[in-house]
Design a protein around this ligand. Structure first.
Ligand code: MRU
Length: 345
């Protein structure tokens, strides 16, 4: 399956650098940022040049390699990891990946690069496993459907957000490859349009039947009977299954419940945070007001207008039909079943 490579390590461990596909410029331009210091990776994460929970973690892991190139060893690694951890607060994959990198000894570029590549490869493999588990559910739900089976997704939990074929998109790509008749509705995902700019871009390029809808159309397409399943990604999943994902996900889950549409979250084990009991403890990133007031490259709100701009919301476990992980599907979603899945049962 041909896919995107949003994160590329170029060169050897001691003098190589990180190349990140600048997602702020998609879909118009496919340009790579060349990151040769930790600061440029931090900024790339902060301004969403690289985004999506797994991709943020992988990029930070490679940034740790760069931190050791000047010979600073453990001290330089620890300093860089602390700094990278301040880039974005919600996606737990960032802290998970930094924790793994900080445990690497000796903290030299070769050993760190081997670990970063392992994290990258593992994520790719987890996407495939999520795809297999999700495809089973998708095919069962699509059985007997006389029209193309409708799947709604929100934001981008695709190849651009991971080291592989995505989380929410993995079953979609696999269904498409198998010739299952599907039709994807991609919420455009205000304010930064990850659905329109990124999800529609990558699915369209893969030949998947995808149409973009404005976020406020999700209820309508469900009422019209066009959606048989919702699949979204996750930035952090609490022990009880409460899930933080791109703002707007919660509204989609409520709409899905009302219309009797199964609502699935797809996420690798690296997105679970078992240290926190429920979603109320998940730190939610607040972003700049300009993302709302200057949405389309021009002012779209009155000067001085106040803004509330949380980047994520939390969908309570009871609204989630199942969480599709690389270790199987968690359903019903509760702490007991999360523990079982994490133990690989
Ligand atoms: O702000 P973003 O673009 O990083 O938000 C991304 C999401 O909310 C994704 O759905 C999530 O990170 C999962 S990516 C596999």
């Amino acid at each position: 399956m041909e896919t995107f490579h949003p994160i590329v390590w170029s060169g050897d461990a001691k003098s190589g650098h990180l190349k990140l596909l600048d997602q702020t410029r998609l879909p118009e331009e496919e340009v790579y940022l060349e990151c040769r210091d930790v600061e440029s990776v931090w900024h790339a994460i902060k301004r969403l040049s690289v985004r999506g929970a797994p991709a943020i973690g992988i990029s930070a892991a490679y940034a740790c390699v760069i931190s050791a190139q000047s010979g600073g060893g453990e001290a330089a690694l620890d300093f860089a990891a602390e700094y990278l951890a301040t880039s974005r607060p919600t996606a737990v994959n960032l802290f998970w990946a930094l924790g793994r990198m900080r445990g690497v000894r000796p903290a030299d570029p070769d050993t760190l690069l081997a670990e970063a590549k392992k994290i990258h490869e593992e994520d790719k493999a987890m996407c495939l496993k999520i795809g297999v588990h999700g495809l089973g559910i998708l095919k069962k739900l699509a059985e007997g459907s006389t029209e193309r089976f409708g799947i709604l997704t929100h934001c981008n939990a695709g190849a651009l957000a991971t080291g592989g074929i995505g989380t929410a998109t993995a079953p979609i790509y696999m269904a498409h490859e198998e010739g299952v008749a599907i039709k994807v509705f991609a919420d455009e995902t205000r304010p930064l349009l990850q659905g329109a700019r990124l999800t529609a871009f990558e699915l369209f390029r893969a030949g998947v039947d995808v149409r973009i809808i404005a976020d406020n159309m999700a209820g309508l397409v469900m009422r019209e009977g066009k959606v048989g399943m919702v699949i979204v990604g996750a930035d952090r999943i609490a022990h009880n299954g409460d899930t933080a994902n791109k703002v707007g996900t919660y509204s989609v889950a409520v709409l899905a419940k009302h219309h009797g549409v199964p609502f699935y979250v797809a996420a690798p084990t690296s997105t679970f945070d078992l240290a926190i009991k429920d979603g109320s403890e998940i730190p939610i990133e607040q972003r700049a007001s300009e993302e709302i007031t200057h949405g389309f490259g021009r002012r779209t709100a009155p000067e001085g207008a106040l803004v509330y701009n949380p980047a994520f919301d939390v969908t309570p476990a009871e609204l989630i039909t199942g969480i599709i992980t690389d270790r199987g599907v968690i359903s019903p979603v509760n702490a007991f079943n999360v523990d079982r899945a994490m133990r690989g049962e």
